[in-house]
Design a protein around this ligand. Sequence first.
Ligand SMILES: Nc1nc2c(ncn2[C@@H]2O[C@H](COP(=O)(O)OP(=O)(O)OP(=O)(O)O)[C@@H](O)[C@H]2O)c(=O)[nH]1
Length: 457
Amino acid sequence: MTITEAPLAQSTLFRFATAGSVDDGKSTLVGRLLHDSKAILADTLDAVTRTSADRGFGGEGGSTQKIDLALLTDGLRAEREQGITIDVAYRYFATDRRSFILADCPGHVQYTKNTVTGASTADAVVVLIDARKGVLEQTRRHLSVLRLLRVPNVVVAVNKIDLVDFREDTFRAIEADVQAVAAQIGVTDVLVVPVSALEGDNVVERSAHTPWYTGPSLLDVLETLPTTDEVERGLEPFRFPVQLVIRPQGALAPDLADADDAGTSFRDYRAYAGQVASGSVSVGDAITVLPSGSTASVVGIDFAGRTLDRAVAPQSVSLRLSAEIDIARGDVIAATGTFGEVSQDLYAELCWLSTRPLREGSKVLIKHGSKTVQGLIRAVTGKLDLETFELGAASGLELNDIGAAQIRLASALPIETYALHRRTGAFLVIDPQDGNTLAAGLVRDHPGDHEDERYSI
Ligand SMILES: Nc1nc2c(ncn2[C@@H]2O[C@H](COP(=O)(O)OP(=O)(O)OP(=O)(O)O)[C@@H](O)[C@H]2O)c(=O)[nH]1
């Protein structure tokens, strides 16, 4: 496969997120990763060292003076709290082997919200378990959500292993519980690593305190797991959510030659800018616009003032089309013949994120990419039982519940099944009164297609 004149750096980034209950040590773990992989700036480290000393930080159960690595994460978070609906910031760091983007979410109580948000685009999620507590209901919930989100790699870090005296039997018991839950919900190949985020054991370097553990350190795992971009995104059917319509005479037109080989003059330039969400597109390809169904073919692909023959996920480009069709921001340009019917009836899995419960008959807003339409909750079709991992009957959903619902949309959206399209199959449910996020939704097939309502996709 050749990708010409394209920025490849983006596709080699590895996206990961952390999930865990409050105080499991997410911030400390992230701080430790940044610190030991030497990814933090010296002045930041100085500031954190001073603040830790001022506070007499000794860590949980620790006696010696240490630096509070959680400050690295929390301090950076505070700088960018913006009151946006979904509060995830992305942090970049690099080791010799790989560049990382970490979806950095506040811990707090709304753990499901943060897990969903951070994990929905991740190549991997690190689930933290406190070695003293083992697998809790929240661990089961996190693993269920990750399965729903189809996160390609799940790594479990059994943290605070120092607080159980680095005991192998404690670790093995937790490892067995994790594997049992994973098998029950159909997550395969879960790696379980014993770590101490505070002391640094098995985070970046393998630890002498756990001679019985022969696997890789957490960073080794993160450096070697395959990325979704490399494996999947280029192979899926082409999808291109339109972020910006560039109109004729627009100041936004790129610096193209006066006329290119498709005969488009600068003054007539009309293009659709966005990021290739999945698959690839070449000049000459037939495309269909969702939800309108209009068709055309691609006559030009522009990137930073140059023209390309082909673009692949996750490149950001502008597409020029053979016909002037009505395309709005939020529409999706797709390869012709690769999607089902666009419908106003939506069947979805919902991760309910609000203290305001979901009830049948509620009116909500459905936000998909940059489009928002009204929706009516016609039926709650099930709620996940975290013991059996089956969908049981329910008439509503409460905070942190995972369930399924049927929603009637006021107008069709270019939404597809999440199982087929991770990036175009997800949406948010918004409270029409105050604009708060109520739920994250994942589009599923019509339930009639599945006789068995058991939790599996
Ligand atoms: N002994 C020990 N203490 C730890 C370890 N990891 C974290 N801690 C302590 O556990 C407490 C909670 O750690 P945080 O990193 O703030 O945990 P968190 O609540 O998951 O983080 P956020 O919710 O993301 O802020 C702090 O007192 C840490 O110092 C560990 O491996 N060993």
